[in-house]
Design a protein around this ligand. Structure first.
Ligand SMILES: Nc1ncnc2c1ncn2[C@@H]1O[C@H](COP(=O)(O)OP(=O)(O)O)[C@@H](O)[C@H]1O
Ligand SMILES: [Mg+2]
Length: 262
């Protein structure tokens, strides 16, 4: 990108990014340019303007607060590693555009980048779609899934890797407070219980849902004692939770431990 920036042409009418103090990199159009070289000042009309009144005034920036943009650098991808041109501005705009389309999950290779949608009814992630993921079975491994990334994809991969390789798997959830870690972990848990017994005889199915029911029902009790309202999260866990699920040789969920730490 340094190279691209060196050769970028920032002149009147050009669509590019500018660095906004509040919204980071935002799309903008250059309205006018004053001066030349490193001292040049660019007056830009920003896409951040719609968000706040203050921004609707003309924004004047210097060249080091501009980054170039080409339509072809921002093709919609499910995995950020497929982007051919990388810069903070492009990565941010990519996930921002997806977010506005209600697509809140994006892969970065094997990592799932999750934005908190604060909405349990987004069409792509309603429980009815779970079985599409389950049906992919081992075909989803090694990047073979044809479905959009979600928490379910991570759970699915962990489950099938465990079955295929016979090695315990871990799912690490990390992020700032209010990012959706606790809720995300619940979604992973729910999927693991579903996927592991989808084709199981009714008895094993009942056993698995008995275990996940217990974990799910323990949640409000643990949260009643261990959570608090904070500025960032109305239901912020004040303790860490290490959840261990046990599967038998057929891959059916048959036990679980929860250990609190921190
Ligand atoms: N996947 C999700 N879908 C819808 N709302 C969510 C989701 N994840 C989190 N939320 C909302 O955000 C709030 C904070 O999420 P939480 O998982 O408690 O954050 P964290 O554990 O990262 O601090 C939840 O109480 C819920 O309202
Ligand atoms: Mg939490």
């Amino acid at each position: 990108m340094t190279e691209l920036r060196k050769h970028a042409v920032f002149e009147q009418g050009v669509k590019c990014f500018h660095l906004d103090a509040e919204h980071s990199w935002c799309m903008c159009t250059i309205a006018s340019v004053e001066g030349e070289g490193p001292k040049a000042k660019y007056s830009v009309v920003s896409s951040a303007a719609a968000d706040s009144e203050a921004d609707s005034m003309a924004i004047v920036v210097s060249a080091d607060q501009l980054a170039p943009f080409e339509d072809e650098w921002l093709k919609d991808v499910n995995d950020l590693l497929e982007m051919t041109t990388l810069h903070d501005s492009l990565l941010l705009e990519q996930i921002r555009r997806r977010y506005w389309e209600d697509v809140v999950y994006t892969n970065i290779g094997p990592i799932l980048l999750a934005l908190n949608p604060f909405n349990y009814k987004l069409p792509l992630y309603t429980d009815g779609r779970m079985q599409l993921y389950i049906a992919e079975q081992a075909n989803a491994l090694y990047g073979g899934s044809a479905l959009p990334p979600t928490h379910w994809s991570v759970a699915h991969e962990a489950y099938w890797m465990m079955l295929k390789e016979g090695i315990p798997q871990s799912v690490l959830v990390s992020g700032e407070s209010g990012a959706g870690k606790t809720e995300g972990a619940k979604i992973v848990l729910k999927y693991l219980s579903k996927v592991s017994t989808y084709y199981a005889p009714p008895e094993q199915k009942a056993q698995a849902s008995f275990i996940t029911d217990k974990i799910e029902r323990a949640s409000p009790i643990l949260e009643a004692f261990g959570n608090a309202r904070t500025l960032r999260n109305n239901n912020s866990s004040r303790f860490g939770k290490f959840m261990k699920l046990q599967f038998n040789e057929q891959g059916y969920l048959h036990g679980a431990h929860t250990i609190n730490y921190l």
